[in-house]
Write a protein that binds this ligand. Structure first.
Ligand SMILES: Nc1ncnc2c1ncn2[C@@H]1O[C@H](COP(=O)(O)OP(=O)(O)O)[C@@H](O)[C@H]1O
Ligand SMILES: [Mg+2]
Length: 237
């Protein structure tokens, strides 16, 4: 598949994975307004793994949701892999999310009545891979994540760490250029949390995929290339 544009002809695409400029998000609740994010300007390199560290309520989930096209900013611009998604309507955003980004949430959100493998294949039914290619990719990811022998287990038959690994596999199914991890380790104990972080780092680095890892846990920063801090909706490099 070829894409028009001179930049695409370079062997190594060097476009940043994420560029946000002056992003502001105001939530309206009745008469009240909450400024969840303000003047957020940041750049994440094509293969950078960055921690976003901040206390509860500081705007971390809001920032991730905007970066991943789940939420529209009130002001400012969002460009992902050179694609300016700022003015996208719901339909284009859905397509963008399907093709370009991956999400891993704290709550994991696996489909309870599907096996580990089927949870990976769900993405595919929404996306572009079909049939054998998708099954092969799911199996390869499960293998890499140390879940080959858990392929046919339901989420309820998996440990918390294993479920989180399935969620990581699912986020990688569509070969995203940016994966957004929202507190991926907060439901895990220290040792499991460190294993999952190690895995996230290895998986991102081996693919050259960029990631934002949201956390309020200082220990996470040892696994990332760089840390951004957020306090009361304001980013500090
Ligand atoms: N849907 C919403 N409606 C109103 N306020 C919200 C909504 N989502 C988040 N907020 C508020 O925005 C601020 C940032 O929230 P959030 O991005 O979830 O922070 P974090 O993920 O760091 O805990 C908080 O004050 C929160 O209460
Ligand atoms: Mg949050």
């Amino acid at each position: 598949m070829t894409t028009v544009g001179q930049e695409q002809e370079q062997e190594q695409p060097t476009r940043p994975a994420l560029e946000m400029v002056g992003v502001r998000k105001v939530y309206k609740m009745g008469d009240e307004e909450v400024v969840a994010l303000d003047h957020a300007t940041l750049m994440i390199g094509a293969d950078e793994v960055v921690a976003l560290l901040g206390p509860s309520g500081s705007g971390k989930t809001t920032l991730c949701s905007i970066a991943g096209g789940l939420l529209a900013p009130t002001a400012g611009s969002v460009v992902v892999g050179g694609q300016d998604i700022t003015g996208y309507n719901a339909k284009r955003l859905a397509k963008f999310r399907q093709e370009t980004v991956g999400f891993v949430f704290q709550s994991v959100n696996l489909v309870p009545f599907l096996t580990a493998r089927e949870n990976l294949l769900v993405v595919d039914q929404l996306g572009r891979r079909t049939g054998k290619a998708a099954r092969d990719r799911a199996d390869q990811l499960l293998e890499e994540l140390g879940l080959a022998d858990r392929r046919d287990n339901l989420p309820s038959q998996l440990s918390g760490g294993q479920r989180q690994r399935v969620a990581i596999g699912r986020s990688l199914m569509n070969e995203p250029l940016l994966v957004l991890f929202d507190e991926p380790t907060s439901a895990l104990d220290t040792e499991l949390g460190e294993q999952v972080m190690e895995l996230i780092r290895t998986e991102m680095k081996s693919r050259g995929t960029a990631a934002v890892v949201v956390t309020h846990d200082e220990r996470i920063v040892h696994y990332t290339d760089r840390t951004m801090h957020i306090v009361d909706g304001v980013l500090h490099a």
